[in-house]
Design a protein around this ligand. Structure first.
Ligand SMILES: [Fe+2]
Length: 295
């Protein structure tokens, strides 16, 4: 993990899949609650402890974001919610969740993410996409270093239509081996994104190349953990019907999907201007450097 945390090379995809890292006692876990608000953390915290050890080994510190569930703790249960089924959020299910880097609309987005699968009986493929899959930076990718791109706040917000807002670059860091901030759904397919024609053209050209490089082969099993460098690798998942899976051409009932997400930062010092006065693990950034005004 320590090596993964500092490997930004051409050969580093930016995600590690730990298959069968732990055993999840399905009876002890009980039925999946109807939504994340119903999660029982007395049962989940031991799994969170395992995740925190992985983040710690990078080393990176688990943090929480006001922009996601107003914080809601360091560990988030991600559960399909019937009322949110059609949304581009962790609670969605009915539509493909387009690949995105987590919180692309924040300058202090998570550095590392873990996804621990408690159950995935619907056998929903997880998608991963790495900026490294393009090989060398090409002519179109060069244009993505310009800070001209809208990054709308995501669908977890009700008022995500205040565009045009602040802009950012898609690629950043090293010019030859860049990092990426990208959300296909919000930046390209959101009609209210407010991109200029030039920005939208560049994003679309990039997407036409990127979408061919998405890996959607991997179907997580209970006990698997995906660990992601959020600056190299984007994630998403295929559409599914919560609580049903196909068996011999017929849909049969199953327990609904349940996953645990943890996010971490390698430095609390560099983002101190956007964390709570009394809690430097609590990020209050709202949108590309702006801070939530809660008064
Ligand atoms: Fe995500």
């Amino acid at each position: 993990m320590s090596q993964f945390g500092s490997d930004f090379s051409a050969n580093q995809y930016g995600a590690i899949v730990f298959q069968g890292l732990l055993e999840v006692d399905q009876d002890d876990l009980g039925p999946t609650p109807p939504n994340w608000q119903g999660a029982d953390y007395d049962k989940l915290n031991k799994y969170g402890f395992i995740c925190s050890l992985l983040h710690g080994a990078v080393p990176s510190k688990p943090v929480q974001y006001y922009a996601q569930r107003k914080g809601g703790g360091l560990l988030h249960a991600v559960i399909p919610d019937e009322k949110m089924a059609a949304t581009q959020t962790g609670s969605g299910s009915k539509t493909d969740l387009y690949v995105h880097t987590e919180d692309a609309f924040l300058l202090n987005q998570a550095d590392f993410l873990s996804f621990l699968y408690l159950r995935n009986e619907e056998r929903v493929p997880s998608t991963l996409y790495s900026i490294r899959s393009h090989g060398a930076v090409n002519e179109n990718m060069e244009k993505l270093f310009d800070p001209i791109y809208q990054c709308p706040k995501d669908a977890n917000y009700e008022d995500n239509q205040m565009n045009p807002g602040p802009t950012a670059s898609v690629l950043y860091g090293n010019r030859q081996l860049p990092f990426i901030r990208f959300d296909a759904a919000e930046q390209i397919f959101n009609e209210n994104a407010g991109q200029t024609p030039e920005a939208l053209y560049n994003l679309t050209e990039f997407w036409n190349e990127a979408k061919e490089l998405i890996n959607s082969e991997y179907v997580p099993n209970s006990g698997d953990v995906i660990f992601v460098n959020n600056h190299l690798c984007a994630h998403g998942r295929s559409a599914f019907v919560a609580g049903q899976r196909e068996e011999n051409g017929k849909m049969v009932k199953c327990e609904r999907r349940q996953m645990l997400r943890m996010m971490s930062k390698t430095s609390l010092i560099h983002m101190r201007s956007v964390t709570q006065t009394d809690n430097p693990y609590f990020v209050m950034e709202e949108h590309l450097g702006n801070i939530f005004d809660l008064d």
